[in-house]
Design a binder for this molecule. Sequence first.
Ligand code: SF4
Ligand code: SF4
Length: 204
Amino acid sequence: MKLPKIREVKEAITALMKGPYTSNCPKVPHEPHPNFRGQPEFSDEKCVGCLACEAVCPVGAIAHKDIVDDKEGPPRRIMIHYTDICIFCGQCEAACIANHEGIKLSNEWELSFFDRKEAFETIEKELQLCEICGSPIACKGHLKWISEKIGELAYSSPTLYLSRLKSLEIIDENIISALKDNGRSDRVKILCARCRRQTTLTTV
Ligand code: SF4
Ligand code: SF4
């Protein structure tokens, strides 16, 4: 019979006196170190739906879907984080324009699941559509963030200052122009870049 080494005997005696080296997980949930890099989580309150995190994610673990013609709710952007392919690198948090708080690494480490198709999390942000063509411009929160960031310079862009005034509820959210001429009267509207160019350059 092979005799145990002195180190093994010492470890066995220490374990008998002090308890086992291993943790009690899963009986007692494991407490990760405060600097542990766990699963990133979106903040519904802080995220403005700018897509910077999606642009920098090295593995494509963040995606979005714009829903513009759903009868059951307002136009909205669904931000999606795919847990199964995330490598917890933290690039999304580092690039987040909302003071790095729109998405943050958490201490969450228990990521097992039965069906891989369920390994994702989502949040929804309201979209601003072009008032002429109806295509998405950006999330309303993002337009508000830009207008706050650039201050009075926002008054050079009707899209930005009208978005700001609507967010402050100073003007009617559902105001529509009396004229439908796609011309001069449309310049003071919330427009996408293409419609802004057309109303500015192709009308007299
Ligand atoms: S932690 Fe890295 S891999 Fe995961 S979503 Fe953020 S950027 Fe992508
Ligand atoms: S605000 Fe932050 S979390 Fe939200 S879309 Fe932009 S970068 Fe991503």
